[in-house]
Design a protein around this ligand. Structure first.
Ligand code: GUN
Length: 282
C-alpha cells in the first residue's frame, strides 16, 4: 500500500502561508495583483481561468481577467501585455495557453516582463532556471517539487525518469530534479521500450497526457510515482496518466487524480505572484 500524497492538503498549507504574506503586504499598502489574459472560448481554458481567479480572491489578492475574442490580432494582444507590464497594481501576468492558431505564442510569452512572468515561461525565466539563478519557476513542476519536499522524498542520487518533454512540465521538471542532485532520464513518444527505462525509476514522473497510460509494467516496486496528467476518460471522469488502481499497490508514494498535482499548480501561481509583489517593494 502506497502513501497517498495529498496535494489538496499540502496546497492548503502553502496557501495559508501565502495568505499571511498577502496580509503583510496589505499592511504596507500593496495588494498583490494577478492579471490573466484569455483569448477565445476554449472550455477547458475557461474553467482553468475561473479557478485561478477564485483562488486569488480567496487569499485576498486582486485578480483581473482580460477576455479577448478568438479573432484578436497578435498586435492587439501584445499591446495589452505591454500595458500590464507597466501597471503598478499588477504583479503577475499570465496568458492562458493554448492561443488561437493565428497568434505566435513565442512572441506573446517573450513580451511578458520577466519581473511579472509568474508562469515562468519566458525565455529569460527559462534561461535563468537552467542556470540555477533566482527566477519564477513554472508552476506545475515547482508544485511537484513541493509535493516531494513535503513528503520527505529524498532526491540526491535517485534516478528520476520523466515521461513527456513539454515546455510546461517535462523539460523544466527534469531540470529542477537535476538541481536537487537526482540522475534524470527523459523519455517521450519516440522512446524505444519505455517500460525497460521507467522500471529503473526511483521517482517516476508521468506527464504524457494519455489516460491510464502508466501501468504496473512500467513501475519498479517501491518507486515514488507522480501523476501530472489530467484527462477525461470515456465516462467523462477525471483520470491521470497513471492507472492508479494498478500501480498503487506496488508504489511507495503516489499522487491521486484529482487531488494530487492539480491543486499545486494554482498554489504555486499564487506563490509566485505574492513573491513578485514583495519584490516590487525592494
Ligand atoms: N495552459 C495549460 N497549463 C497552463 C499553465 O500552467 N499556464 C498557462 N498560461 N496556460 C496553461
Amino acid at each position: 500500500m502506497a502513501n497517498i500524497i495529498n496535494g489538496k492538503e499540502i496546497g492548503q498549507q502553502i496557501r495559508q502561508s501565502i495568505a499571511d504574506r498577502v496580509v503583510k503586504l496589505k499592511n504596507q499598502g500593496v495588494t498583490a495583483g494577478l492579471a490573466v489574459i484569455l483569448v477565445g472560448d476554449n472550455p477547458a481554458s475557461q474553467t482553468y481561468v475561473k479557478n485561478k481567479q477564485k483562488s486569488c480572491e480567496a487569499i485576498g489578492m486582486y485578480s483581473e481577467l482580460i477576455k479577448l475574442p478568438e479573432e484578436t490580432q497578435e498586435t492587439e494582444l501584445l499591446e495589452h501585455i505591454q500595458q500590464l507590464n507597466v501597471r503598478n497594481d499588477i504583479h503577475g501576468i499570465l496568458v492562458q495557453l493554448p492561443l488561437p492558431k493565428h497568434i505566435n505564442e513565442d512572441n506573446v510569452i517573450a513580451t511578458i516582463s520577466p519581473e511579472k512572468d509568474v508562469d515562468g515561461f519566458s525565455p529569460i525565466s527559462v534561461g535563468k532556471m537552467m542556470l540555477g539563478q533566482k527566477t519564477f519557476l513554472p508552476c506545475t513542476p515547482f508544485g511537484v517539487m513541493k509535493l516531494l519536499e513535503f513528503s520527505d522524498v529524498e532526491l540526491a542520487g535517485k534516478h528520476a525518469v520523466i515521461v513527456g518533454r513539454s515546455h510546461i512540465v517535462g523539460k523544466p521538471m527534469g531540470q529542477l530534479l537535476l538541481q536537487k542532485d537526482a540522475t534524470v532520464t527523459y523519455t517521450h513518444s519516440k522512446t524505444k521500450d519505455l517500460p525497460s527505462i521507467t522500471k529503473q525509476a526511483d521517482i517516476l514522473i508521468a506527464a504524457v497526457g494519455r489516460p491510464n497510460f502508466i501501468t504496473k509494467e512500467h513501475v519498479k516496486p517501491g518507486a515514488v510515482v507522480i501523476d501530472v496528467g489530467i484527462n477525461r476518460n470515456e465516462n467523462n471522469k477525471l483520470v491521470g496518466d497513471v492507472n492508479f488502481d494498478d500501480v498503487e499497490p506496488i508504489a511507495s508514494h503516489i499522487t491521486p487524480v484529482p487531488g494530487g498535482v492539480g491543486p499545486m499548480t494554482i498554489t504555486m501561481l499564487l506563490y509566485n505572484t505574492v513573491q513578485s509583489a514583495e519584490q516590487s517593494l525592494q
